[in-house]
Ligand binder design. Structure first.
Ligand SMILES: Cc1cc2nc3c(=O)[nH]c(=O)nc-3n(C[C@H](O)[C@H](O)[C@H](O)COP(=O)(O)O)c2cc1C
Length: 332
């Protein structure tokens, strides 16, 4: 199946089918103590933060969604416009499609509508391994779209559910190390919804990776999406993965580099719990897909609702900034 066709199928299936995990993201095990005396003015709550040297107006990241198919042009521009207006960061989908077919580069380009956002390019560790993508090839693809960082995605479970997916992951860590040492931009390593454990995080930090996006289970389920598309028998693995809150706890206990919490983050309370535990940013993808098919205004409205929920949680826990929110979520 061509990469372009698969990217179109991913969008279609994500819009039409129930593609989320049955098991939750793990944040239900955490709770905040309600503060009936907040002593905070809601309007003075400051949610700005820094990530990899850049200022974000809110600790929110639009996770990788798409690129490489005609629908992606509108989707990426709508996401990027909203990110620009809100002062947050955004990830693009895998740039494999534009590396294979340079004419598809336009489906990733958003700098005309979002000149200032922290923009993250994307490639799969599996492609680096299978096709021997060099740091030079990846740097050119990043430069062409004006990226500020590279996300390398780890998706071994998803690959198995695809027909013809990569089954040989020998040398993956070494290939990440090679890319990291050969490109100038910071490197973030992410999963796609099955989670990064503390042990894996240690290995990644050990080869110089700058940040980790845990992308744990509880949200979009890529084993399910790809086995629906390819009709492969992977139902037994539909709940496979490390719930996001567990992956986050493990990574924070194992490494000192910044951690993004994503995978099933669906409201500002989940984001507040993740930030309270120590995440640098909270990310989400699927909830923004439908609004992004509609307009930049719809994406912005969805994100504003999310930000309002985060600020409300901060108000009700008497946290006037993100450092005050730290460690207020308790395990129950
Ligand atoms: C339509 C769609 C396409 C995606 N494509 C990519 C991709 O190309 N590269 C990648 O690293 N992650 C990709 N993801 C995974 C997300 O970045 C994210 O890790 C995952 O969906 C879990 O977050 P969520 O539960 O908020 O959706 C995609 C997600 C969606 C919804």
């Amino acid at each position: 199946m061509s990469t372009e066709k698969r990217k179109g199928d991913h969008i279609r299936v994500c819009l039409e089918e129930d593609v989320e995990f049955f098991r939750g993201n793990g944040f239900d095990e955490f709770s905040f103590t309600h503060n009936a005396l907040p002593e905070v003015d809601w309007n003075e709550i400051d949610i700005s933060t820094r990530f990899l040297g850049r200022k974000f107006s809110a600790p929110i990241f639009i996770g990788a969604v798409t690129g490489g198919t005609t629908e992606s042009v509108e989707i990426n521009k709508n996401l990027a416009k909203a990110a620009q207006e809100l002062g947050i960061g955004m990830g693009l989908g895998s740039q494999r499609a534009m590396i294979e077919s340079p004419s598809l580069a336009k489906t990733f380009k958003v700098r005309d509508v979002a000149p200032d956002i922290f923009l993250v390019g994307n490639i799969g560790a599996s492609q680096i391994l299978k096709y021997g993508y060099t740091p030079e090839k990846i740097s050119r693809a990043l430069e062409e779209i004006g990226a500020n960082a590279l996300a390398i995605h780890l998706n071994p479970a998803q690959e198995l559910a695809q027909k013809g997916g990569n089954r040989d992951w020998k040398g993956a860590l070494e290939s990440i190390e090679k890319i990291k040492s050969g490109i100038k931009l910071p490197v973030i390593v992410k999963e796609v919804g099955n989670g990064i454990s503390g042990d894996v995080a240690k290995k990644l930090a050990g080869v110089g990776v700058d940040a980790i996006d845990v992308a744990g289970s509880g949200g979009t389920n890529w084993v399910k999406v790809d086995s629906i598309i390819a009709k492969t028998p992977y139902e037994a693995f539909y709940e496979w993965g490390i719930p996001t809150a567990v992956a986050l706890e493990q990574c924070l206990a194992s490494v000192k580099i910044p951690i993004i919490a994503s995978g099933g983050i669906r409201n500002g309370i989940d984001a507040a719990k993740a930030l309270s535990m120590g995440a640098s940013l909270a990310g989400m993808s699927l909830p923004l897909l439908r609004p992004a098919c509609d307009s930049a205004g719809a994406v912005k409205a969805a994100l504003e609702k999310f930000i309002n929920e985060l600020k409300t949680t901060m108000f009700l826990t008497s946290s006037k900034n993100l450092s005050e929110l730290r460690r207020k979520a308790i395990k129950i």
